[in-house]
Design a protein around this ligand. Structure first.
Ligand code: GDP
Ligand code: MG
Length: 439
């Protein structure tokens, strides 16, 4: 999905102007890509309709970078489709908070129970795991092994006790021993069946959980929707844990499940190890699906955030070498609007290697503030005409801005160089090409 969409967007982004046909063609590709990722048909249809409505409107056509705006709309709508913001785990004000794990066999319930326990433990909670899957002989043992490994107690009276009783007793046990979270691991079947649902319903009635988490394997794709739907109708799910995202990065299931059940995805699991669980961030998943995890994106994000009209005006000034210190200051403000660079990087997936690289080219915000101070210490005339900056004036500016003369000189030199370079650069690019920012 990612590479396919990247192609579409690559094409779109390079366009200066978009026609309705362009938008339609791009959206057709988006539709195919989503279907290929096994996103539910109806979900895709509604999604495309929504984007089309926005994309064909004013918003895009008036924009300086229409392609970028379409990408942005797709990104935002995709984020919204997956819940918009990060959905927090429930927390009862009358502890313990009771969490019931539900899902098909092999979805990753037991593993996720362990991971969630570890996650809670890290936040200084005192979880208890309850082994209510009595049908698979190895299931109880599996949870006990995880418990030992994590040093999280497991309540497991054995396979000859009824799961409903296990759950109720487990909660009594938790209250007695001061646990503030109870995680109930339950049985699954290969397919949804009456007996399984009935048992889960009984457990639900008996323990009144604060949270019923549906554990779903990302690889089930389209089928996940039907399973999620019937679990939701029977039990009233409150959240979803999507597992095995390390095996299937397409994310089709993540998109469909939220859209169909309305239940937010609260956690994503990306491996078999106990620390491979993290809160689910819709915006990150959207970026990941759109394949935006590359350096180019960062630059494009910068351009997208820079006001289009202003960018045009600056470009004109640059060509004529009229670019002033005031313009420089304004550009810097625009860059700041994007927010801290770290945060921008965090929003992007697959960051490990790139983040390290980016550390070196990080925009130093302190440095930016100092530079801004230099410009602000100049008079109006000086800002417009750098050639006015005599040594005496530079000294005054240094004092006014709390910098040394050396620093002021260095900055002015940089500014002059940049102006020269930009002039050459824009000359080289000829006309018609857009260029937003310069950082
Ligand atoms: P349950 O039947 O729902 O309790 O499923 P289990 O927790 O026993 O998990 C079934 C299998 O999936 C086990 O082999 C797990 O190690 C594996 N598994 C669970 N979560 C993940 C995950 O996020 N990534 C990967 N690669 N494997 C997982
Ligand atoms: Mg299990």
């Amino acid at each position: 999905l990612a590479s396919r969409l990247q192609n579409v967007f690559g094409k779109l982004k390079s366009r200066g102007k978009l026609t309705e046909d362009d938008v339609n063609e791009a959206l057709r590709e988006v539709r195919l890509a989503l279907l290929e990722a096994d996103v539910n048909f109806k979900v895709v249809k509604d999604f495309i309709a929504r984007i089309k409505e926005r994309a064909i409107g004013q918003e895009v056509m008036k924009s300086f970078t229409p392609g970028m705006v379409v990408v942005d709309i797709v990104n935002k709508e995709l984020t919204a489709l997956m819940g918009g913001t990060q959905a927090k785990l429930a927390r009862s004000n009358r502890p313990p908070t009771i969490i019931l794990m539900a899902g098909l066999q092999g979805a990753g319930k037991t593993t996720s129970t362990g991971k969630l326990a570890k996650y809670l433990q890290k936040q200084n909670h005192k979880p208890l795991m309850v082994a209510a899957d009595i049908y698979r002989p190895a299931a109880i043992k599996q949870l006990q092994v995880l418990g030992e490994q994590l040093k999280v107690p497991v309540y497991a009276p054995g396979a000859d006790v009824n799961p409903v009783d296990i759950a109720t007793q487990g909660i009594a046990h938790a209250k007695e021993h001061g646990h503030d979270y109870v995680l109930i691991d339950t049985a699954g079947r290969l397919h949804i069946d009456e007996a399984l649902m009935e048992e889960l319903t009984k457990i639900k009635e008996a323990v009144q959980p604060d949270e019923i988490l549906f554990v779903v394997d990302a690889m089930t794709g389209q089928e996940a929707v039907n399973v999620a739907d019937s679990f939701h109708k029977q039990l009233g799910l409150t959240g979803v844990i999507i597992t095995k995202l390390d095996n299937d990065t397409r994310g089709g299931a993540a998109i469909s499940v939220k859209a169909v059940t309305g239940c937010p995805i609260k956690f994503a699991a990306t491996g078999e190890k106990m620390d491979a669980l993290e809160p689910f961030h819709p915006e990150r998943m959207a970026s990941r699906i759109l394949g935006m995890g590359d350096v180019l994106t960062l630059i494009e994000k910068a351009q997208a955030n820079i006001d289009a009209d202003k960018a045009k005006e600056m470009e004109r000034k640059l060509r004529k070498a009229e670019f002033t210190f005031d313009d420089f200051l304004e550009q810097m403000e625009q860059v700041k609007k994007m927010g801290p660079l770290d945060q921008i990087l965090d929003m992007m997936p697959g960051m490990g290697k790139m983040k390290d690289q980016m550390k070196n080219v990080k925009i130093d915000e302190k440095q930016m503030a100092r530079t801004a101070a230099i410009v602000k210490s100049m008079t109006k005339e000086e800002r417009a005409k750098p050639e006015l900056l005599s040594p005496t004036r530079r000294k005054r500016i240094a004092v006014g801005s709390g910098n040394t003369v050396v620093e002021v000189n260095r900055f002015i030199k940089q500014f002059e160089d940049m102006r020269k370079m930009m002039k050459q650069f824009s000359g080289m690019m000829g006309n018609g090409k857009k260029k937003g920012g310069m950082f």
